[in-house]
Write a protein that binds this ligand. Sequence first.
Ligand code: ATP
Ligand code: MG
Length: 236
Amino acid sequence: MISLKNIDKTYVSGSVETPALRGISLEIQEGEFVAIIGPSGSGKSTLMNIIGMLDTPTAGIYVFDGQDVSTLSDDELATIRSHKIGFVFQSFNLLPRTNVERNVVLPLVYSEEPDALRNGTVHTALIAAGLPEDQWGKLSNQLSGGQMQRVAIARALVNDPRLILADEPTGNLDTKTSEVILQTFERLNRQDHRTIILITHEPYIAARADRIIRMQDGKIVEDSKTQKSVKAAHYV
Ligand SMILES: Nc1ncnc2c1ncn2[C@@H]1O[C@H](COP(=O)(O)OP(=O)(O)OP(=O)(O)O)[C@@H](O)[C@H]1O
Ligand SMILES: [Mg+2]
C-alpha cells in the first residue's frame, strides 16, 4: 500500500535548514497496524504528514497504491486523501461550538454531506468510534476529552478510509480513556481490516501494534514485529 524510498525532508526557513527526515525507506502492507515511536523532534509527524500527502518530500520516491505520489496533481492528492485516508490528531481538532454530526461530516465534500446525514453514514461512523448515542446531540465543547477523540475518530471514519493515520491520539487522554480509544483502533484494524499507523510516546501503546518503527534524528533506527503479531500469525 505504502512504499517510501530514500525519503528526505528538509525544512527551510530563511537561511536555516532543518533536516527532519534523512533517507527513510519503508514498506507498509494493507492491513498492518504499525506504531511509530521515537524522541520529540525525531521526525515522526513529518513522516506521517508525508504518508498522508499533507506535505511533500524534498527527495525520494513515495508510491501509494502503485502510484508515484509526486506525479499527482493537487486535485488528485485531495481525492486520494478524502477517499482513502482518515486523520486523527492529539488535539482532536474539532470545530468549536459545533455539534457532533457537523464535525463528523466535515471531511465529505458539500454535495455528499446531506446524503451522509440522511442515510446514516455519520451515525455508522459514530457507532464504530464508540460514542454513545446520548452524546450525539451535543456541541463539541460539551464533551469530555475521550468523547471528543471518539468524534474525531468518527470524522476519520466517515469516508470509510482504508488507511488511518493517528498522531499521538491518546496524548491528551488519561490511561483508562486511552485504553478505550486503543481498543477502538484495534477493532478497526482486526475486524474492519483497515491499515493503521499510530504515533505514540508510550511503549505500552506501541506494544499493541503488530510492528514498531523507532525513529531517531530523522532516520529509522529499528523496525520490528511485536510479540502480538507473532501470536496473531500463530493462531491464523
Ligand atoms: N514546519 C516546520 N518548519 C521547520 N521545521 C520544522 C517544521 N516542522 C517540523 N520541523 C522540525 O523538524 C524536526 C522533526 O519534527 P517532527 O514534528 O516531525 O518531530 P516529532 O517526532 O513529531 O516530534 P514530537 O514527538 O515532539 O511531536 C524537528 O527538528 C522540528 O523542529
Ligand atoms: Mg509530532
